[in-house]
Design a protein around this ligand. Structure first.
Ligand code: FNR
Length: 423
C-alpha cells in the first residue's frame, strides 16, 4: 500500500511510528545531509525551515541532469545588489536557471521527506504548502524557533503564546491537504508539564497528525542541557491520554543509550536528531530491535555483515560505488568515523551540486560542535584522519578544494550514469 492511498492519520502512523528522524536545520538539512541520513538509517528527514513567502516566487523544475526536483527562485526576483553578488560567485554555474531554494531527490526521498514551513499566518502557510506538497510526504509547522526574525514576524516560537493562531494554521492545512500535518514545538514551561500539555492538546484538536517536542523552553541556551525530566512528564502524559497521535522527542540525544533511555522513559513514537546527527550519523542505526543486540556500543555489537543485511531496505545503492562501501567507516557498528562521514557528506554535495559555502558551513558544524553542550557530546576529541581543521576548511574556495582537503576518492553516479552502468 502506498503512502498516498492512506488517510493523513494512517500516513502519520506509518511515517512516525518507531521513527528516527533527521531534524530541520537551517542551512544544514538540505539534500546532501538528508540523503546521507537516510543512507545511515534515518526513517524520515525534514527540510530546513523555509519561510512561506520565500516559496512563492519559486518555480518547480524537473532537473533531468541531476534527477532532482528543484524549486528555484529566478534571480530577477532578488534586489540588484544581491543579484550582482550572486553572479560574481563563480561557484554557482547554473545560477541563470534560478537560485535553488529546495532540491529534492524524488527517488531517495520519496515518502521520507517532510517540508517544514515557517509561518505566522494560515493563508500564507496554505499558499506555501500548496506549492510543494506534491513532492513531500507531509508538512510541519515550525513553532519553536526563538530567533528575532521568526518571532518578530509572528512565526516560530511566537506561536507558542498565540494558540489561537497556531491552531488556525494547523486546521487550515488539515482541511486543505491530504497529507499529514505536524508541528514542532518547544516546552512551554521549565518544570510544569501542564502548559505544554494544554498547547499540544489544542493542536491535536485542531487536526495535527503528529507533534515533535524539543525539550527546551524559549530563552534556553542551545549549550545548556535539554530539560529531559519535564519532557518525559509531558510525553508520558500525552501517550497515556492522546493515543493515536505520534509524539516525537527531540533534544540532546547524543548516544544510543540516550535514545534508548528516552524511548523507554516516555514511550514516544520517535526521536528526532539535529546536532547529534552532525557528529555521528551512526545514531540512525539505532532502533529498538537493533539496540537489543548491542550490549556496549563503544565496544561494538553485531559485526558489519549482519548490520549490512539489516540495512538492506535502505535504497541508497548510489553509495556502493567502486571504492567505497559506505559502511567501513564505522569504528563500531554504531559509531561512525567522523572523517568518513564528512567525506560522504562532501561526495553528496558534489552529487547534488551544493554551494561550497553551504557545504563548508555543515563541515565546520560537524567538526567543532560549537552550539552543543560539549560535556554531553562524545567522540569529538577523536582525531580527524587527515588533520583537517576549521581554518583549513574555511580556506577552501570550492567543492573541489573540499574534495582535495578531505581526500574524497569516490563519486556518486548521477541517475542516468547509474542506469547505463546497470544496464
Ligand atoms: C536548528 N533547529 C531548527 N528547528 C526547526 O524547527 N527548524 C529549523 O530550521 C532549525 N534550524 C536549526 C539549525 C541549526 C544549525 C541547529 C543546530 C538547530 C533546532 C533543531 O531542529 C533542534 O530542535 C535542536 O537543535 C535540538 O535538538 P538536538 O540538536 O539536541 O538534537
Amino acid at each position: 500500500m502506498t503512502l498516498s492511498s492512506l488517510s493523513p492519520t494512517e500516513a502519520a502512523q506509518s511515517l512516525f511510528t518507531n521513527s528516527t528522524i533527521l531534524a530541520p536545520m537551517v542551512r544544514a538539512s538540505t539534500t546532501p545531509l538528508r540523503t546521507l541520513a537516510l543512507h545511515h538509517g534515518a526513517t524520515l528527514t525534514y527540510t530546513e525551515e523555509l519561510i512561506d513567502r520565500s516559496i512563492f516566487p519559486a518555480e518547480r523544475i524537473v532537473n533531468s541532469e541531476l534527477g532532482t526536483i528543484d524549486y528555484r527562485v529566478p534571480i530577477a526576483h532578488y534586489p540588484a545588489k544581491v543579484q550582482r553578488r550572486m553572479m560574481a560567485d563563480g561557484d554557482n554555474p547554473d545560477l541563470c536557471a534560478g537560485a535553488v531554494l529546495l532540491r529534492i531527490d524524488p527517488v531517495l526521498e520519496r515518502d521520507r521527506l517532510i517540508y517544514q514551513v515557517g509561518t505566522g499566518e494560515a493563508g500564507l502557510a496554505m499558499q506555501a504548502v500548496e506549492r510543494v506538497v506534491r513532492d513531500v510526504a507531509g508538512v510541519d509547522v515550525n513553532m519553536g524557533c526563538p530567533k528575532k526574525f521568526s518571532v518578530g514576524g509572528g512565526m516560530g516560537s511566537a506561536l507558542l503564546s498565540d494558540p489561537k493562531r497556531a491552531c488556525d494554521i494547523i486546521s487550515t492545512l488539515r482541511r486543505n491537504i491530504s497529507k499529514p500535518v505536524s508541528a514542532k514545538i518547544r516546552l512551554l514551561h521549565p518544570t510544569d508539564p501542564r502548559p505544554t500539555l494544554d498547547f499540544v492538546r489544542s493542536l491535536i484538536n485542531a487536526g495535527a497528525n503528529a507533534i515533535t517536542i524539543h525539550g527546551r523552553i524559549v530563552g534556553d541556551e542551545s549549550q545548556t542541557n535539554a530539560r529531559w525530566d519535564t519532557l518525559v512528564e509531558v510525553v508520558k502524559h500525552l501517550k497515556a491520554t492522546e493515543s493515536g497521535v505520534p509524539i516525537i522527542v527531540n533534544g540532546d540525544l547524543y548516544t544510543h543509550a540516550d535514545i534508548r533511555e528516552m524511548r523507554r522513559r516516555t514511550g514516544c513514537d520517535g526521536v528526532m536528531l539535529a546536532r547529534p546527527a552532525l557528529y555521528n550519523m551512526g545514531l540512525f542505526r539505532n532502533n529498538e530491535e537493533k539496540a537489543e543486540g548491542v550490549k556496549n556500543e563503544d565496544e561494538g555489537g553485531p559485526n558489519h555483515h549482519e548490520e549490512e543485511e539489516e540495512k538492506e531496505e535502505i535504497p541508497l545503492s548510489h553509495f556502493q560505488t567502486s571504492n567505497h562501501s559506505g559502511y567501513y567507516g564505522y569504528t563500531s557498528p554504531l559509531l561512525m568515523s567522523r572523517t568518513t562521514m564528512i567525506q560522504e557528506y562532501i561526495a553528496n554535495c558534489v552529487r547534488y551540486r551544493t554551494h561550497s559555502k553551504n557545504a563548508k558551513y555543515v563541515v565546520c558544524e560537524m567538526i567543532n560542535a560549537r552550539r552543543a553542550p560539549t560535556s554531553r557530546v562524545p567522540f569529538l576529541d577523536m582525531k580527524l584522519d587527515g588533520g583537517q581543521t576549521i581554518a583549513s576548511v574555511c580556506q577552501c574556495r570550492s567543492l573541489e578544494d573540499l574534495v582535495k582537503l578531505w581526500d574524497v576518492r569516490w563519486t556518486i553516479p548521477l541517475p542516468s550514469a547509474a542506469a547505463s552502468t546497470d544496464g
